[in-house]
Design a protein around this ligand. Structure first.
Ligand SMILES: [Fe+2]
Length: 366
């Protein structure tokens, strides 16, 4: 089913209409109080129930609580207003709410249900509104829920919802969309369709990076679109080593997810170009070379090498810091990378490569 995106002038009338015949659980992040238009429409529907008792990178216990609130209030629809965490939580609540309550939801088969899901992203980056993935944490471990039934039917984009984004979050979420587009371009699962989405996203990011950082209406609008397109791209191709290697950096040093992903990709990109002989994409080295070249071209540059320089320049212009790990933390990072999660990467990375890469990413010599 094609996802409906509301971004025209009458989008809030449509939201009003959507809410009118439902009892909706609204999963809202910390930015909820700042998004005036959506908030006034939601608050005018007395039947809506707000759920905001969760932290970024939500844990399984928060999902359990959300499902409980949904059931106790006899809700029949779910809405998310927020960034990736609120959206992922809403996806899980929708899916889990019709599962057996006395068993671990993560062990149960995911089935389609009729609960409508509408999403209003308040960040431009995760693209979660476009993907079949939801990430939550259980006992400190990342859990990926993958199902077509995660994808919301309706998404409302309002560039003004990005107005109150703190600067660091603004940068880091954009870096997530940037990482998704790059990784999607070189993923071994890329298709013509995913490359189209990723190329369009890359172009939009490059064109709108400054407008978006200056919080212009246009900059925000196009970054929302870029993030959505990058989400559509990874929905097909999945992410690669940049994402596989970034999760523990976030866990250990508290860097935001997108920040950590681009910290890795700015080193992985040139590394892969230098190690083409380890290409594992069945379409061969020539295909991968073309994919790298295409990244340069859609960025308005001449070569993959120029694209590498561009990525490094953006990262440093945004003044995104690089943490300084001790030896023990470096060892933890190296052990954290699940080999299975690296399988979408076009260049094979063994344990030794991972170690060298983390040292380069974090600028340490031990
Ligand atoms: Fe991501």
């Amino acid at each position: 089913m094609e996802q409906i995106i509301l971004y025209e002038k009458n989008q809030y009338e449509k939201l009003d209409e959507w809410l009118s015949d439902k009892k909706t659980l609204v999963v809202c992040g910390s930015g909820y109080r700042y998004i005036n238009k959506a908030k006034s429409v939601i608050d005018s529907h007395r039947s809506t129930v707000l759920f905001d008792n969760f932290k970024p990178n939500p844990v399984y216990e928060s999902v359990l609580e959300g499902v409980d609130v949904f059931r106790k209030n006899k809700c029949d629809a779910v809405m998310a207003v927020g960034g990736g965490s609120a959206i992922d939580l809403a996806k899980c609540i929708r899916i889990f709410s019709t599962m057996q309550h006395d068993k671990n939801y993560l062990d149960q088969e995911i089935k389609k249900n009729d609960i409508p899901l509408l999403v209003i992203p308040t960040t431009a980056g995760t693209g979660s509104e476009a993907t079949r993935y939801a990430v939550i944490y259980k006992d400190g471990e990342k859990q990926s829920i993958t199902s077509e039934y995660c994808i919301p039917e309706i998404v409302l984009f309002d560039p003004d919802n990005l107005n109150s984004l703190p600067e660091y979050q603004r940068k880091a979420t954009m870096m997530d969309a940037f990482a998704h587009s790059l990784e999607s371009m070189w993923s071994i699962n890329s298709t013509e369709e995913s490359m189209e989405y990723a190329s369009e996203a890359l172009e939009l990011i490059k064109t709108n990076i400054y407008g978006y950082m200056e919080n212009t209406y246009e900059g925000n609008l196009y970054m929302l679109k870029a993030s959505n397109l990058a989400g559509k791209a990874i929905n097909i191709s999945q992410t690669t080593a940049g994402h596989a290697m970034c999760y523990k950096i976030t866990g250990l040093f508290g860097c935001a997810h997108g920040h950590a992903a681009m910290m890795c990709n700015r080193i992985l990109f040139p590394w892969m170009i230098e190690h083409m002989e380890k290409c594992v994409d069945e379409r061969g080295q020539e295909h991968l070379k073309n994919a790298f070249q295409k990244i340069g071209i859609v960025l308005g540059l001449h070569s993959a090498g120029e694209a590498v320089d561009y990525v490094e320049r953006v990262y440093s212009e945004l003044k995104l810091y690089i943490p300084n790990p001790n030896k023990d933390q470096l060892a933890v990072l190296c052990k954290s990378v699940n080999a299975d999660r690296l399988k979408n990467n076009p260049i094979m990375l063994d344990t030794e490569d991972i170690k060298i890469l983390y040292k380069k990413i974090l600028g340490v010599n031990y």
